[in-house]
Design a protein around this ligand. Structure first.
Ligand SMILES: NC(=O)c1ccc[n+]([C@@H]2O[C@H](COP(=O)([O-])OP(=O)(O)OC[C@H]3O[C@@H](n4cnc5c(N)ncnc54)[C@H](O)[C@@H]3O)[C@@H](O)[C@H]2O)c1
Length: 297
């Protein structure tokens, strides 16, 4: 099955990046959001990114940049966004009920051949697919932030997915220049399952005073070859996201090893969300430097 038209639902952090990556690979993209302001922001960001990172650096010609932007149509009308889509990629907030409602709705609007994908970070794709009458055409496509840059896509196989759906999803990822890795529909898939453990232990080391965040990061960068330390990575991911994702995994597994470290809850309670508001394991200063934050000292 050839994919030509892609609909991306949700134009936030992930949706706008997935839309840009899809348009850059030549797909016609409809970008849908309930909020016109988010669509305006997303299209402005996409235009700016293409100009700054591709046209200005001579990687593509200005007319190619314009053609990429021209392939993305923004809309607040769900039916018109998905009615001619071959592939829908949902990137709305990480909330099971919201995702089920949207999947049930688009199941009624899309042609029979359309593949419905969720970009969920940790929620069970099998349960999301259960809201539709096309379980064989539902799949997880887990992109990473920033979606245009990050090479990995976890292709999550819910129970009941057809082989041809998986094959079409893999081909789509490769056309985007990504490297897909298939994984069964288990909580956290591969990356977030492992990162959850790393985040937990990194916070525990800081909490018990064994080492500072900076020492943890240095140790893992220089000793384990990680490009970013776990505290830096947690700051980048955001403590609200880490807490919600960890809770979603724990609620599913009830396995003590999946419990979110209390330090993340305390930091969220204290309004420390990570890089996004300049306060995480580190304080991010206006001059671009960062200093280790005083937490429980
Ligand atoms: N941010 C990340 O690093 C990251 C990485 C991988 C996967 N994800 C997953 O991607 C999904 C989206 O995350 P995000 O960080 O882009 O969120 P976000 O909050 O940045 O964007 C969500 C967008 O969805 C819109 N929205 C809300 N309800 C909607 C609806 N019913 N229909 C259409 N649009 C709606 C919002 O207006 C917003 O623009 C989540 O499932 C998240 O777990 C996020």
């Amino acid at each position: 099955m050839e994919i030509k038209n892609v609909a991306v639902l949700g134009s936030g952090t992930m949706g706008h990046g997935i839309a840009q990556a899809s348009a850059m690979a030549g797909y016609n993209v409809k970008l849908y959001d309930i909020a016109q302001a988010m669509l305006d922001k997303a299209t402005g960001t996409i235009k700016g990114n293409i100009e700054k990172h591709f046209v200005a650096k001579g990687k593509i010609k200005p007319e190619e940049g314009a053609a990429i932007v021209g392939r993305i149509a923004a809309t607040t009308n769900l039916k018109s966004a998905v009615e001619d889509a071959d592939l829908v990629i949902e990137a709305i907030p990480e909330n099971m009920e919201m995702k089920k409602i949207v999947f049930a709705e688009i199941d009624g609007f899309c042609p029979a051949h359309t593949i419905l994908a969720s970009n969920t970070s940790v929620l069970p794709v099998t349960a999301i697919a259960g809201a539709t009458n096309r379980k064989e055409k539902c799949i997880g496509l887990h992109f990473f932030n920033p979606a245009v840059v990050m090479k990995l896509v976890e292709v999550i196989k819910p129970i009941g997915v057809a082989d041809e759906t998986v094959d079409a999803a893999l081909a789509f990822c490769k056309k985007l220049g990504k490297t897909p890795v298939t994984v069964k529909d288990v909580p956290g898939f591969i990356v977030n399952r492992l990162l959850g453990l790393l985040y937990h232990e990194a916070a525990q080391i800081v909490l018990e005073g064994t080492a500072t965040a900076e020492e943890v990061d240095l140790a893992m960068k220089l000793g384990a070859g990680h490009p970013m330390g776990p505290c830096e990575l947690a700051d980048f991911g955001g403590f609200d996201i880490i807490t919600n994702a960890g809770d979603a995994v724990y609620n599913y597994t009830h396995n003590a090893r999946d419990a979110v470290n209390i330090l993340y809850r305390k930091m969220v309670e204290a309004g420390r969300l990570g890089r996004k508001n300049g306060k995480g394991f580190y304080d991010y200063n206006s001059d671009g430097t960062k200093t280790v934050a005083k937490l429980f000292d």
